[in-house]
Design a binder for this molecule. Structure first.
Ligand SMILES: *Cc1c(COP(=O)(O)O)cnc(C)c1O
Length: 426
């Protein structure tokens, strides 16, 4: 017998992401999840379009990852990483060094995406200090970005979306340039680099790094842009010895049709952040990688060490899940699966283009976005999606999906046709 889920207690005492305790939004009680389906307490099964925020790429309850965690559990679930080390971490870092762009050699294991961004920002500042640049402590980023919810990360998120005005006295001030508008399948407009060039010409003395989400901007607007922006920006940064931080927390591990989105631009960033899908969505883990040079420069600054070290750094259970997930990627055909999803989304979502309530439909890799004319009422539209047995959680004007790589043709068709029906009825 499953214990009843105490939704009332949840409503009264538990915060969910971006919610109010005074006017809570409904949270649907989940009993279990398997493959691409989330089973509600009522017994209703929903096709999950969100992969639990980009993370569950192989589907829920995967036997291989389950086994890897169980095996690790019988050895140890955790030991501190200060002064101790273990195989799950070593194996994982070997794999990360191997599959990430050539030149990324040093790995910091962090406990969440936001923390990996904090670590990347600290690496950049310490690297510049090590090179003797004492005032290079600000960042450039592009508008509509999202890099996490902690203070350092928030300070490089889109200022409007992340409500910088609320924290204006404590958030460090950074530089925001216009987001590139050329789409990946269009010609690149080189004028889009002018603002960056001008800024670095004037202010490079104050800037440690450029941070961006390569090719796909996620939670800040679900925008796709031309990879040439990244390769050209990398050259401009090099000219001024400014670092490039690629935040691949959402795009990493195949989602965009390449193992990492940086590969679309054929560059190696100086620092790369990974998270979300790294454990196949099993538990929280993230990583910040950097080049040999960045690591050496960090050790030249007064501290001599990288000043970060979380309690649960390199948690063995999380590393074991990540190792299993990366093995599944290596031996599976994620590349074909992502192509299959891309084609299915393009075809299946196309009817939405005709709808009055829709501004644009765009698909890139295994990511489908429908931009609406109006901000959607999340609670209301979620109810409609659930009537079509779908789990989709829009934000702002954006209804978007990024299915599990293993989704079948039939389930993908159910997902897209359910979206078309729901939006048609609006
Ligand atoms: C989700 C996300 C983060 C933050 O990761 P958390 O694990 O939620 O802290 C940072 N950057 C990008 C691009 C993300 O998509």
């Amino acid at each position: 017998m499953n214990k009843l889920i105490d939704v009332k207690f949840d409503e009264q005492h538990i915060w969910h992401p971006y919610t109010s305790m005074k006017t809570p939004l409904p949270s649907y009680p989940v009993q279990s999840a398997d493959g691409v389906r989330i089973k509600l307490e009522s017994g209703q099964e929903l096709i999950d379009g969100m992969s639990s925020w980009w993370s569950v790429i192989h589907g829920y309850n995967h036997p291989v990852i389950n086994q890897a965690i169980t095996d690790q559990l019988s050895k140890m679930s955790h030991v501190m990483f200060g002064g101790l080390t273990h195989n799950p971490a070593i194996e994982l870092c070997k794999k990360l060094v191997e599959i990430t762009p050539v030149g990324l050699e040093k790995v910091f294991l962090a406990d969440s995406g936001s923390v990996s961004v904090e670590v990347a920002l600290k690496m950049a500042i310490q690297c510049q200090l090590g090179r003797g640049y004492t005032s290079r402590n600000k960042f450039v980023t592009i508008k509509h970005g999202y890099h996490g919810d902690t203070f350092g990360a928030m300070a490089v998120c889109d200022p409007v979306n992340s409500m910088h005005s609320l924290y204006s006295d404590i958030l460090p001030k950074n530089y925001f340039i216009e987001a590139p508008k050329s789409k990946p399948d269009q010609d690149f407009d080189h004028k889009e680099l002018d603002e960056l060039k001008m800024l670095l010409q004037q202010d490079s003395d104050n800037i440690a790094a450029l941070i961006l989400e390569p090719v796909v901007q996620g939670a800040g607007g679900m925008r796709f842009y031309h990879p040439e922006f990244i390769s050209a920006a990398k050259s401009i940064c090099e000219q001024y010895k400014i670092l490039l931080i690629a935040d691949e927390i959402a795009t990493g591990f195949g989602r965009t049709g390449k193992m990492f989105a940086c590969e679309h631009a054929q560059i190696t960033p100086d620092i790369m952040c990974l998270g979300k899908a790294i454990t196949g969505g099993y538990m929280t883990l993230a990583a910040t990688l950097c080049t040999e040079q960045v690591a050496l420069d960090i050790s030249q600054c007064d501290a001599g060490v990288l000043m970060h070290g979380p309690t649960f750094m390199a948690n063995p259970l999380a590393c074991a899940a990540a190792n299993a997930s990366l093995d599944l990627l290596r031996t599976g055909d994620w590349f074909e699966q992502v192509k299959h999803i891309e084609a299915g989304l393009k075809q299946g979502l196309q009817p939405c283009e005709e709808l009055d309530c829709v501004t644009e439909v765009r698909v890139f890799g295994a990511i489908g976005v429908i931009e609406m004319k109006q901000v959607v009422n999340v609670a209301e539209i979620q109810k409609q999606f659930i009537q079509h047995d779908l789990w989709i959680r829009p934000f702002g004007k954006l209804v978007y999906v990024m299915p599990q790589y293993i989704i079948s043709t039939q389930d993908l068709a159910l997902l897209t046709s359910g979206i078309v029906k729901t939006l048609s009825a609006m």
